[in-house]
Design a protein around this ligand. Structure first.
Ligand code: GDP
Ligand code: CA
Length: 320
């Protein structure tokens, strides 16, 4: 079985760990979000690709859900001693090495997809991890200027990590997406897939950004295979993080059913909501999307593997 998964960071990575357990013989291709990428201290940082790579490769800090296990912070402290920031983005010493290797390879002329493959040769994530695009795409968020002079766009990481999404987002802009091309292998993987899965990743700034790369949404919609998603929203709120803020920016309510309708029946064939949202299944089905209510909390790998199995079962149901 060939499975394609569109993934952001934590939600995507944890789901993938369960999927690998549920379908050990499947050939899994992960199309990773790069809209969160940021240049810091002259280095190219790809937070979502690294979260997937570290999580599946056994190098993730489990507690935080991002960054390296056994991390130390000497470089960050030394930079701070020079007064060099930003200080709000956590880059540990071990993590720095990844960004140095990536930046060095990019400077040598390798595309990001080749660099990612090289980094994965060390981590052996057990999936094929491809960035959505080799072209630069940077998600910006439109907020009110602090000085009241109007609105300004800030980098997604500044909004999310520095400001903890504490102010309203008026718009989410995947800058550069309109001119970006899918990375080599992305459209081929979708074309050859038996099933496409949307893990419980952020529908706007993770999966939405991947779908904004011209060709990817169309390829998924046109693929004659089941497309099944899992809701990141449970009981009217994101399970983790501030996805409600960016959903509001695109005019979508923070409910499991509203997220399904946002993707739409043109894209989604099946949708899993948590048992807490069982009452909303009818609304999803009315929108032309087959829906099941099952436990959707990724408390451990076994629970996550059961979620992945439910998604594969729903895909089989759709296919039949
Ligand atoms: P990020 O890039 O690190 O923000 O990660 P993703 O975009 O891949 O995933 C973030 C989303 O995962 C958030 O909107 C959460 O609501 C969702 N999420 C995290 N843990 C769980 C869980 O256990 N169950 C479900 N259903 N969603 C989760
Ligand atoms: Ca992310």
């Amino acid at each position: 079985m060939r499975i394609v998964v569109l993934a952001g960071g934590i939600g995507g990575a944890r789901f993938l760990r369960g999927l690998k357990q549920a379908a050990p013989d499947a050939e899994i291709t992960v199309v990773g979000n790069t809209g969160d990428d940021i240049h810091l201290f002259g280095l190219k940082v790809c937070p979502d690709l690294d979260t997937v790579m570290y999580t599946l490769g056994g190098g993730i800090d489990e507690e935080k859900g991002w960054g390296r296990t056994g991390e130390t912070w000497s470089v960050k402290e030394e930079l701070a001693a020079y007064g060099v920031g930003p200080d709000w983005f956590g880059l540990g010493d071990r993590d720095f090495a990844t960004h140095i290797v990536r930046t060095q390879m990019l400077a040598a002329g390798y595309p990001l997809s080749a660099v990612t493959e090289a980094l994965c040769a060390r981590w052996r994530p057990g999936v094929r991890l491809i960035p959505m695009s080799d072209d630069r795409v940077e998600t910006h968020v439109l907020i009110d200027s602090p000085d009241g002079s109007g609105r300004k766009a800030v980098h997604f990481q500044e909004y999310w990590v520095r400001h903890r999404a504490s102010m309203p987002a008026h718009a989410v802009l995947p800058v550069g997406a309109d001119r970006a091309a899918p990375a080599p292998g992305v459209l081929e993987a979708i074309g050859a897939a038996d099933v496409v899965l949307f893990p419980p990743s952020n529908p706007v700034v993770s999966i939405g950004t991947i779908l904004a790369v011209p060709g990817i949404r169309e390829a998924i919609a046109d693929a004659a295979v089941p497309v099944v998603g899992l809701s990141p929203v449970v009981g009217g709120a994101p399970v983790r993080g501030m996805a409600d803020k960016v959903l509001a920016a695109v005019g979508v309510e923070s409910t499991a059913a509203a997220v399904a309708r946002h993707y739409g029946s043109g894209l989604l064939d099946g949708w899993l909501v948590d048992t807490a949202d069982a009452a909303s299944a009818a609304e999803v089905e009315e929108a032309g999307i087959r829906c099941r209510a099952v436990p959707l909390m990724m408390t451990d790998t076994d629970a996550t593997a059961r979620m992945a199995q439910e998604a594969l079962d729903l895909a089989e149901e759709v296919r039949a």
